[in-house]
Design a protein. Structure first.
Length: 245
């Protein structure tokens, strides 16, 4: 039986965002890439809480699996891995963070996210999708990839994304920086060459996780799985695969 890889997408994306990486994997793996609550086909699912999403992930996954998460999905993946250590064989985190360690900064982020959620609810999905594409960390995506990401965002609803931000945003979830030493499975931290912010975060995570390695993908930015899906497939397939596109 082919090993299973479970993919968790980022905020405003859906499971469809993983299709290029899944195609690059071919038939070597069984892939599971469902929409996270608040997004796509799961836009209306409630409650949108960390606990509910973890239950969804574990219900969709087999007894043992590799977990791959991007951005928000990477943060959730860390929570899953700590809760279900005996089931997660390997962790691949793309442009991900364990959260905000400082309580005051995390509370400020929660307030900022609450304000943004209010603004999302007052917008159309088209308006917010265009606005989110201008986020600095997403700058530099080639036009064709931008178009695909925009179409994917249109599969969600403002109400669903607002609930996701309130329930799963960086300000809403507890920091895991002080628990990284509990991560026991092999971890690969994937970052784009142009994503200096998350390169620094990945380096800090690797210092705290004995089993972690950092993989920098040449020429890519934050959304490595969109810009370089073959590189993500290479990381998943094994530590000796090349990252060159």
């Amino acid at each position: 039986m082919a090993p299973t890889v479970v993919f968790l997408h980022g905020f405003t994306h859906t499971g469809r965002s993983w299709r290029p990486a899944i195609a690059a994997l071919g038939e070597r793996y069984t892939s599971v890439a469902e929409d996270i609550r608040g997004h796509g086909d799961a836009s209306a699912r409630r409650p949108v809480t960390l606990e509910a999403v973890i239950d969804d992930v574990l219900a969709a996954a087999p007894e043992r699996f590799t977990l791959v998460g991007y951005s928000m999905g990477g943060r959730i993946s860390l929570h899953v891995a700590l809760l279900a250590r005996e089931r997660v064989e390997r962790l691949v985190l793309i442009g991900a963070s364990p959260g905000i360690a400082d309580p005051a900064a995390r509370e400020q982020r929660r307030r900022d996210d609450e304000q943004l959620a209010d603004e999302i609810e007052r917008s159309s999905i088209e308006e917010f999708a265009r606005r989110w594409a201008q986020t600095p960390v997403l700058a530099g995506l080639p036009p064709a990839i931008q178009g695909g990401a925009h179409a994917d965002r249109l599969r969600s609803t403002p109400a669903g994304l607002a609930r996701a931000l309130r329930g799963l945003g960086t300000g809403a979830l507890p920091s895991l920086w002080d628990r990284l030493g509990e991560v026991i499975m092999p971890v690969t931290l994937v970052v784009g060459e142009r994503d200096s912010k998350f390169q620094a975060i990945a380096t800090d995570i690797a210092r705290a996780v004995p089993s972690a390695e950092v993989a920098v993908v040449p020429g890519a930015g934050h959304a490595v799985h969109l810009e370089a899906p073959e590189a993500i497939a290479g990381v998943i397939a094994g530590p000796h695969a090349t990252l060159d596109r």
